[in-house]
Design a protein around this ligand. Structure first.
Ligand code: N01
Length: 537
């Protein structure tokens, strides 16, 4: 695409401001270099990478296969970068994203250490006035947010967090200089994907480890391995085919649901298949399974029982195993993928505290107080997750025509194909609400291409104002809820995609169950209909 510059903007105004220099922001910047638009990006961190910049805790790594997560837009990039493992660790991922920023000369567009705090749309000039925490003001016709759906870290709402005199860190705000846990008395609060990774990574190093668990989760092996030379050659020589198959898959992963129905085979055959899946890489357990495991309570229970038997085999103390076995169905909460996680609980220096029976009452100067008493620690690690999906938006005061996006979304986001919201013109979301439920870079790739195409359409029409219609947003939002309403997860509503983990947040589904396939189908239909659903002025 090569769009002419929009020259009707007031002087000093950018055509496009991108917020965030993570996976989505970097690809969006790359796509903007192919246009004649003027653009820039601001990033709260001091470096590129987004999630992979902030979440530098020990054990952080992909659970999508590295080569399926990476960018596909450049053949040269694909050929010159060799991942070392099927599921790469954070340092390798961060250096890859830095390499991309340098390789395509994107860094010059990004102003780092700049957090956006407010944005207001000016109806007279059709531009956004964007204010940063540093007090700077940027004017841009269009704003594209790549601010992440898991980027607003959350601490437990207990008193005393600032009183602790030891070292403490949230995994999503992990210090650049790291945290020394060697030989230390360490507490980890939280057992989601992050907690599971950090616990497994530090258990061999710490003096002692106490894990504070509120909800156990169904963890299954990641089955990571180094990439051999032969595999490397195979991966690189089939990149185009891989990209095509990911784009046409349900969720952007290389795992696809089993071609047979669970009920079409015997219980013994299902168990044999699950045994294979247990030893297969990453998301195979969720997305390479019988689809009925996700949709039919009977098979969901059966698979949950299968995973329970694995937990009980791996954890020696049956009382500890009792605490680690979830009471929800597999997949009702996003399942973590682990490496030697359950074995950690066989170590004599590891203790598991069940917060359902003994909640934390406060953090003290020396440790953690529960209803059972106080334990002292050198280090407290908060692996307590994020105000998910809309949290990063809530932390910016976004207003247009006197209305605020936070208020408009109080009862749940209202979006058109997850990319735009009526009442908030010239604003586009990447990996925001109602748009993501798979391998994130594959979803965001589609979204960036869609948004770039929409900007191109505005330029072609000579339009300076683009807004999703109310009807289009209602149709998409209804579709999001309808798809979700029949899922097993919707019966439990315990996942962060419902906001359940954030005190006071309305319990409503904010994600999208249609996967890349559903999103792609809708975006293609919009593109093919000259952007029906948007109003251009
Ligand atoms: O966050 P989470 P996460 N008191 O919300 C507990 C991605 N990711 O950072 O379940 C006590 O899942 C909370 O308990 P509960 C991935 O999409 C990917 O772990 O709410 N405990 C839970 O145990 C993932 O899903 C990778 O009852 C409290 C934990 O903290 C997403 O990021 C790796 C609490 C938070 O779990 C988020 O994962 C890591 C409180 N007040 C993450 N509040 C990859 O492998 C919360 N908890 C690519």
């Amino acid at each position: 695409m090569n769009t002419p510059r929009i020259d009707s903007a007031p002087s000093g105004t950018l055509d496009v401001l991108v917020i965030g220099a993570g996976i989505s922001g970097l690809y969006q910047l790359y796509r903007l270099t192919q246009t004649d638009l003027t653009f820039a990006a601001v990033e709260a961190g001091s470096g590129v990478g987004g999630t992979w910049y902030w979440n530098r805790y020990p054990g952080a790594r992909f659970d999508s296969e590295s080569y399926t997560y990476a960018f596909f837009f450049s053949k040269e990039l694909r050929e010159e970068w060799s991942w070392s493992e099927h599921f790469a660790g954070q340092p390798e991922i961060e250096s890859y994203l830095n390499h991309v920023a340098d390789r395509f000369d994107l860094r010059k567009y990004i102003t780092f250490d700049t957090r956006v705090t407010a944005m207001d749309f000016d109806e007279d000039t059709h531009t956004w006035k964007v204010t940063t925490a540093n007090g700077d003001v940027i004017h841009a016709r269009f704003v594209i947010t790549g601010i992440g759906m898991l980027s607003a870290p959350q601490y437990p709402p207990v008193p005393g967090i600032d009183d602790f005199r030891g070292v403490s860190a949230h995994t999503g705000l992990w210090p650049q200089e790291g945290v020394d846990v060697a030989g230390k008395k360490v507490a980890v609060i939280g057992t989601g994907s992050t907690g599971v990774q950090v616990i497994s990574a530090i258990a061999g190093e710490v003096g002692s480890l106490t894990v504070y668990q509120r909800t156990p989760n169904w963890c299954t092996p990641l089955n990571n391995a180094p990439i051999t030379d032969e595999e490397q050659e195979q991966i690189k020589s089939t990149m185009d085919q891989l990209h095509e198959s990911l784009k046409s898959s349900f969720a952007g992963f290389m795992h696809n649901f089993a071609p047979v129905e669970a009920g079409a085979v015997s219980h013994e055959e299902r168990l044999k298949f699950w045994e294979q899946l247990y030893n297969a890489p990453g998301f195979a357990k969720l997305l390479g399974n019988y689809m009925q495991v996700m949709t039919d309570k009977v098979y969901n229970r059966e698979f949950s029982d299968f995973v329970e038997s694995k937990i009980r085999t791996r954890v020696h103390d049956p009382k500890v195993a009792d605490l680690l076995v979830p009471d929800h169905g597999y997949g009702a909460k996003r399942p973590p993928f682990e490496t030697n996680y359950y074995e950690v609980y066989n170590q004599p220096n590891v203790e598991l505290v069940d917060l359902r029976t003994t909640p934390i009452t406060k953090i003290t100067e020396t440790g953690i107080e529960t209803t059972e008493g106080t334990e002292d620690f050198d280090v407290i690690i908060y692996a307590t997750g994020f105000d998910a999906i809309t949290g990063a938006y809530d932390r910016i005061d976004i207003t247009a025509g006197g209305a605020s996006l936070n208020s408009a979304w109080e009862d749940g986001p209202f979006t058109f194909v997850g990319a735009s919201a009526p009442g908030f013109p010239n604003l586009f979301f990447l990996v925001g609400p109602h748009s993501s439920s798979g391998n994130v870079p594959r979803m965001s790739e589609r979204q960036v291409d869609f948004v770039t195409g929409t900007l191109g359409e505005a330029v072609r029409r000579g339009a300076t104002r683009v807004e999703a219609t109310f009807e289009a947003a209602k149709e998409w939002t209804d579709h999001v809820y309808e798809l979700n309403s029949t899922s097993l997860a919707a019966e439990e509503k315990i996942d962060y995609t419902y906001g359940t983990n954030t005190p006071g947040k309305k319990i409503v589904f904010r994600h999208y169950d249609g996967g890349l396939a559903g999103l792609n189908a809708k975006m293609t239909a919009v593109e093919d209909s000259s952007y029906a659903g948007f109003e251009f002025k």
